[in-house]
Design a binder for this molecule. Structure first.
Ligand code: AMP
Length: 214
């Protein structure tokens, strides 16, 4: 199954993608995670991506499409994938369609998770990350000991792009460049809408039910 997760930053795409990936046994591909791995590794791509990410802007389309193309060439993507955070612009969606056509593959569903901007600002400004991949929230999902991961005991950190000014810029970028994709996939008959302000497990169940009814 090939699935795209669409929605503003902080809608819960990454959280839902991780659960769906484990349940459906298909890889979770997050372009944001790929960029962050490059930033951590100090690669040229990482350096370039960081300048856009820290400003709340999108990494250029050609660079982003190239990293997705090489990831999709890996064997584990043969049975399908969950795309989290890609495509994010209409040109990316067009290039993605072309790429999939070359592989003789099709997208089966586009899961659109919606959440109001004020909820997003609250969620992201309280988000705390651990290097092991776990995510916390200072109010909604705090760790047992402040600032420390419950599982691996590492110190938690704030993503550079979760600062309030950058969050507002990311939301602006989303409304201008990414939200037109809702219409794009609606017209293709692929779009399924979900309310991302519900509890995580409720949204997960609704998504899984809708995928089963396909
Ligand atoms: P995310 O973890 O999905 O919120 O992505 C973090 C940041 O990485 C975004 O704010 C963008 O700067 C960049 N990024 C991730 N995916 C894309 C994409 N498909 N196109 C352009 N930039 C992206």
């Amino acid at each position: 199954m090939r699935i795209i997760l669409l929605g503003p930053p902080g809608a819960g795409k990454g959280t839902q993608a991780a659960v769906l990936s484990a349940t459906l046994k298909i890889p979770h591909i997050s372009t944001g995670d790929i960029f962050r791995a490059h930033i951590k590794g100090g690669t040229d791509l990482g350096l370039l991506a960081k300048s856009y990410i820290d400003a709340g802007k999108l990494v250029p389309d050609d660079v982003t499409v190239d990293i997705v193309a090489s990831r999709l060439n890996e064997k584990d993507c043969e049975p399908g994938f969950i795309m989290d955070g890609f495509p994010r612009t209409i040109p990316q969606a067009l290039m993605f369609d072309e790429m999939l056509e070359k592989f003789g593959r099709k997208i089966e569903a586009v899961i659109n998770i919606t959440v109001d901007d004020d909820v997003i600002i609250n969620r992201l400004s309280g988000r705390r990350m651990c290097s092991c991949g776990r995510t916390y929230h200072i109010k909604n999902n705090p760790p047992k000991v402040e600032g420390i991961c419950d599982v691996c005991n590492n110190s938690l950190y704030i993503r550079d792009d979760d600062k309030e000014e950058t969050i507002k810029e990311r939301l602006k970028t989303y409304h201008q460049q990414t939200s037109p994709l809702v219409d794009y996939y609606q017209k293709k008959g692929l779009l399924k809408n979900f309310d991302g302000s519900k509890p995580i497990e409720v949204t997960t169940r609704e998504i899984l039910d809708s995928l089963q009814n396909k």
